[in-house]
Design a binder for this molecule. Sequence first.
Ligand SMILES: NC(=O)c1ccc[n+]([C@@H]2O[C@H](COP(=O)([O-])OP(=O)(O)OC[C@H]3O[C@@H](n4cnc5c(N)ncnc54)[C@H](OP(=O)(O)O)[C@@H]3O)[C@@H](O)[C@H]2O)c1
Length: 326
Amino acid sequence: MRAIEISKYGGPDVLQLTERPIPEAGKGELLIRVHAAGINRPDVLQRMGFYPVPHGASDLPGLEVAGEIVSGDLAGTNFQVGDKVCALVQGGGYAEYCVAPVLQCLPIPHGLTMIEAASLPETFFTVWSNVFDRARLTAGESLLVQGGTSGIGVTAIQIASALGHRVFATAGTEEKCRATEGLGAERGINYKTEQFSAVVKELTGGRGVDVILDMVAGGYIPQEVDCLADDGRIAIIALLGGAKTDLDLAQVLRRRLTITGSTLRPRSVAFKAAIARQLFEKVWPLLESQRIRPVIYQVFPLAEAAAAHATMEQGAHIGKIVLQLQ
Ligand SMILES: NC(=O)c1ccc[n+]([C@@H]2O[C@H](COP(=O)([O-])OP(=O)(O)OC[C@H]3O[C@@H](n4cnc5c(N)ncnc54)[C@H](OP(=O)(O)O)[C@@H]3O)[C@@H](O)[C@H]2O)c1
C-alpha cells in the first residue's frame, strides 16, 4: 500500500511517500481501507521527534481515518464488511489501509462525506474527554476555549454551544475571532490586542468562567486563574506557550480551583471506547441534525502530506486539514 512515513525527524519535507505491507487486524481490530485521514498538531510534533510513538503502535503518522471496513474481528459487533466508519487510531492513518480497535470505530454520521468524517475522531474524543469528563462542564456553566480556530477549538466551541453553554474563545486575528463567533462563541477575543481575562470577567459580570480548555498553558495560567469562577477548572491539553509558569497558589486554595490535564493517545482502548459511546449517544445526533458541522480548511492528496503539515505550521488555518486517499 502507499503510505507516508517520517523518514527522519525534521521539517515537513521529511514526510515521504513510500510502499508498506498492508497491516493485519488482530483480535478486537478492524482493517479499514482509508478514504481520508485527518491531520492533527500531534502529528507535527511526532514528525519533529517530540512525540514518541507508543509501544506497539504504527510508526506511520495519522491518528484518525474514515473509510470502509475490509476485514477484521467483527464478531459481536454491529459492523459488517463494507460499512463506512471513522476511527480514532494509535497511528498509521496516513496510509491506504489502517488498523483500528473496533471499539474506537464509529459509524459515519448520516450526511457527512468521508473527508468530513475523517476530521472528527481526534478532536471530538479529546474535547469530550477533557471538557465534559475531566473538567465536568455541566448544565448552566460557561467555557473559555483557547486556540478557538484550531481543530480542537472549532470542535469544543460547537459541542459546548450546541449543548447550551455560554462559550468564549481566543484567537490571534480578527478574522479568526469572527469565525469563532460564527461557530457559536459569544465573543471571539483577539489575545494579541486584548487581555482575555479582562474581557471574560467583563462579559461574565466579574464572575469568570467555569471551565477553560487550554492548549497554551505557560504564561497563560495566571491570567486563566484570574478569570476562573470559584470552583473553576482548567483542562490543559498542550503546552504551546511553555511548561513553566509563576502562579499565586493562594487563589487555587481560596477559590477551590482545579488545574488538570491529560493526553489521549496513551490511554487504553477501554478508556477510548467509553468516550466513543458517549460521543455516539450525545454528539452524533448533533452532527446528523447539522447543529454541529465539521470545519474543513483544506484538503490535500496523500502525496502532498508535507504541504499539509506546512500549512498547519503556518497557522492561518481555521478548522481541520485533511488528506484524501480515494
Ligand atoms: N492532550 C491531548 O490529548 C491532545 C489531543 C489532540 C491535540 N492536542 C493538542 O491540542 C492543540 C491543538 O491541536 P490541533 O490539532 O487542533 O492544532 P492546530 O489546529 O494546529 O491549532 C493550534 C492552535 O494553537 C493556537 N496557538 C496559540 N498559541 C500558539 C503557539 N504559541 N504556537 C502555535 N499555535 C498557537 C493557534 O491559533 P492562533 O494562531 O490564533 O494563536 C492555533 O489555532 C495542539 O497543541 C495539540 O498538540 C492535545
